[in-house]
Ligand binder design. Structure first.
Ligand SMILES: Nc1ncnc2c1ncn2[C@@H]1O[C@H](COP(=O)(O)OP(=O)(O)O)[C@@H](O)[C@H]1O
Ligand SMILES: [Mg+2]
Length: 289
């Protein structure tokens, strides 16, 4: 059946093949998951266990384990070289781990999927540098993002016309660029471009958004506006945000949000921002003093 690997362990079953989505084999599963729907029945959107990545013998990730709850906004901090970007490379299929497990929901083994397939099942990634179509108006950037090829299943579901227009308007409002809709993206400020790029990711209805140092190079006002945007997205998708700016992290994590501290390719500490700030190992290796 299309080269599918069928194991008894439902965790190892992947209803999405390299080319996109197939329905084959779904009925053989212990519990049937609707195609295109991520099974978060156990409350977990992302699961990493003992993930190791080596570059010429150097372990960029060294048995990294972490779990993100469905709907959670998780902040990840840690010194340069801790492996934060490498972790995102592994989750998005850009880098294959030497060993370890990487699952989206209960059933999707991301280590068996390529980059486009992972994007199609609902993982959106925001890089540090905004990549918008500078020569096109803001609204057209959103329209182009919506049309980006996501395979036949998404194309079937996508209803163009009025629905598309409504989605663009709703996204413009979410990213607070309503009054800039007709301006060329190239004319926007850095902060506005960053928000536009997040809007472009939202057009693809991601289940999990990965943001790698999104506040880098922003003014204080832009940073706080970005934090407000991410806070508005709570509930519509799960998020993992890597960031150095502690005020930004505080604005996202609040008093109760969980913060993961990475160092040397693994999780150094984990807890509320207050808890990790008071953690001796964190103070020693990252926060200083
Ligand atoms: N493609 C690569 N080849 C060799 N070394 C790499 C590669 N990517 C990352 N590294 C190394 O892995 C370590 C972790 O890097 P990275 O994941 O970028 O850390 P962070 O994002 O936390 O700053 C660094 O020491 C970096 O030099
Ligand atoms: Mg990085």
């Amino acid at each position: 059946m299309n080269g599918h690997i069928m194991l008894n362990d439902p965790l190892n079953h992947n209803p999405f093949d390299e080319e996109g989505l197939t329905l084959s084999g779904v009925a053989d599963m212990g519990h049937v998951v609707e195609p295109g729907v991520i099974d978060t029945s156990h409350g977990t959107i992302l699961y990493l266990e003992d993930v190791t990545v080596s570059f010429d013998g150097f372990r960029a990730l060294n048995k990294l384990s972490l779990e993100i709850d469905s709907g959670e906004l998780r902040c990840v901090i840690g010194p340069n070289g801790a492996g934060k970007t490498t972790m995102m490379d592994v989750i998005t299929g850009k880098t294959s781990p030497d060993s370890g497990k990487v699952f989206l929901g209960q059933t999707l083994d991301l280590t068996r999927m390529n980059e486009p397939a992972i994007a199609r099942v609902g993982i959106g990634r925001k890089f540090q540098k905004p990549t918008v179509f500078e020569q096109h108006p803001v609204w057209e950037n959103l329209e182009l993002a919506m049309k980006a090829d996501k395979g036949w299943f998404a194309t079937l579901r996508a209803r163009l016309g009025r629905d598309a227009q409504a989605k663009i308007e709703q996204t413009l409002e979410t990213i607070r660029l309503e009054s800039d809709a007709r301006r060329l993206a190239g004319e926007l400020s850095h902060g506005q471009k960053q928000r536009l790029e997040i809007g472009m990711l939202l057009m693809q209805k991601p289940q999990l958004l990965l943001l790698d140092e999104p506040a880098a190079g922003m003014t204080d006002d832009e940073t706080m506006e970005l934090a407000a945007l991410l806070n508005r997205l709570r509930g519509s998708c799960s998020m993992m945000v890597v960031e150095h700016d502690m005020e930004f992290v505080a604005a996202l994590a609040g008093e109760t949000g969980r913060v993961t501290v990475m160092a040397e390719g693994r999780v150094l500490a984990h807890g509320t921002l207050d808890e990790v700030k008071r953690d001796e190992t964190v103070i020693e290796s990252y926060l200083g003093r």
